[in-house]
Design a binder for this molecule. Structure first.
Ligand code: HAM
Length: 407
């Protein structure tokens, strides 16, 4: 039986790769002063209906639970974060810098870079209105990717301004219920022939296309570009009014990160959403954030040869030469594990050759051999890479190993 379409089995090497990515997310989030939070993987359906917008609602995994509640698997973190912050925001000093790594679920058409579940780093800065917060977030997003080995010729952050488009649509007297349709046409304009875009936009085609061809400016974007330049990140960024973002709640600067060759879908995306918390019944709390998934990022890192071969290594493997010492050997294993070393040993009688092979296969750095010398209180300690072997009193085994790991 296969996993469901769009869902993944994580074999140990896949888990190690995923952990490598997530460790790097956590490392950089901490470096930027973010603290971790989490929320429930199942939410009231209403939360997404109110907060996320039609596109995401169409992708929800939702059902009625046994208590007759309409519920949905978490499809993004932002509505949960908004609820959590509005419930207790007075308890926290602003601005909040919070991050989370939820697994999220969207019933999308499975394709390259798009699955029906993914892990998504979310970094959000709440309670700061100024554009320096936007710059801080975009820099964090870029620093994570640079930390994983991606350079300015691999990736680009494309910056746009939702507020610019809102002002534009108001100036053109476009009714609010048609904005989503216009945003969709702008979003699709990159992948569709101009004729199709013109058809979608009707009378708005000329003024919109003029903006998309570079005939517009935004002070907000100018400031953000300067801020990124001051941090040495200018070569990673470009203004591009085609970025509008699918989610309903954005209000200001928005951005998406892409690979330069255009082979993959967006690696990360986010922006400012100053009204979302207020809509949850709270006083106004400005916010800006982004999400970065593990799927596109993983594929890109593999395609660029940046994915390390990661294997979980044992520090020591205890080889049992004589079954008579099995219990004593298990005591040694226990002592080493309690001291913090990762150690394994054969759980049933096994030929010596097989035990040595296991130790090699598991990547153990040392082998501890328990044989007839054990009666004299001695074991052999062998370093696999050098093949160097010494005799050590059992009582000094731990300190000898610790010294070698330090050295
Ligand atoms: P989003 O653009 O929908 O934003 O998702 C962010 C990132 O998650 C995408 O750039 C992509 O890497 C990944 N992603 C999204 N859907 C899928 C999928 N079906 N399969 C694999 N990866 C996917 C949000 O979700 C916003 N809530 C982000 C945010 C946080 N905005 C403010 N704060």
């Amino acid at each position: 039986m296969q996993p469901l379409p769009g869902f993944r089995d994580f074999y140990p090497e896949d888990c190690a790769f995923r952990r490598w990515i997530i460790d790097s997310w956590r490392l950089w989030a901490h470096r930027y002063g973010f603290v971790e939070y989490d929320g429930p993987p199942l939410e009231p359906l209403e939360l997404y209906k109110k907060k996320s917008g039609d596109e995401l609602v169409g992708q929800l995994y939702h059902f009625v639970d046994k208590g007759d509640r309409e519920v949905a698997l978490r499809a993004e973190m932002t509505p949960t974060l908004a609820r959590m912050v509005s419930a207790r925001h007075r308890d926290f000093r602003k601005p909040l810098k919070w991050f989370s790594v939820p697994q999220v679920f969207r019933y999308e058409r499975s394709q390259k870079g798009r699955l029906r579940e993914h892990f998504q780093l979310n970094c959000d800065l709440i309670g700061e209105q100024g554009l320096d917060a936007d710059i801080e977030l975009i820099s964090l997003c870029l620093d994570i990717l640079r930390g994983l080995g991606l350079q300015a010729d691999d990736i680009v952050v494309r910056l746009s301004d939702r507020q610019f488009w809102v002002d534009f649509l108001r100036a053109q007297s476009v009714p609010e219920d048609q904005w989503y349709m216009v945003f969709q046409a702008i979003d699709k304009s990159e992948r569709e022939p101009e004729e199709k875009t013109r058809e979608r936009l009707g009378a708005l085609a000329d003024p919109v296309l003029q903006v998309l061809r570079g005939g517009a400016t935004s002070e907000r974007l100018d400031y953000v570009m300067k801020g990124l330049a001051a941090r040495g990140l200018a070569e990673f960024a470009q203004v591009d009014f085609r970025i509008v973002r699918g989610l309903a709640y954005y209000t200001g600067v928005v951005f998406e990160v892409f690979d330069r060759k255009g082979e993959f879908r967006a690696i990360a995306g986010g922006g400012r959403y100053d009204d979302l918390l207020e809509k949850l019944g709270q006083e106004s709390l400005p916010a800006v954030g982004f999400g970065m998934g593990d799927v596109v990022l993983g594929e890109l890192l593999k395609a660029r040869g940046l994915a390390p071969k990661i294997k979980d290594h044992l520090q020591a493997f205890v080889v049992l030469a004589e079954e008579a010492h099995r219990l004593a050997a298990s005591g040694i294993v226990q002592q080493l594990r309690q001291a913090g070393l990762s150690v394994d040993y054969p759980l049933a009688e096994t030929k010596m050759k097989k035990q040595f092979e296991s130790a090699e296969h598991r990547g153990a750095r040392f082998i501890v051999i328990v044989d007839s010398k054990f009666a004299e209180g001695l074991v052999h300690l062998k370093e696999l890479s050098t093949r160097e072997q010494i005799e050590v009193p059992v009582t000094e085994l731990l300190s000898t190993l610790q010294a070698k790991f330090k050295g």
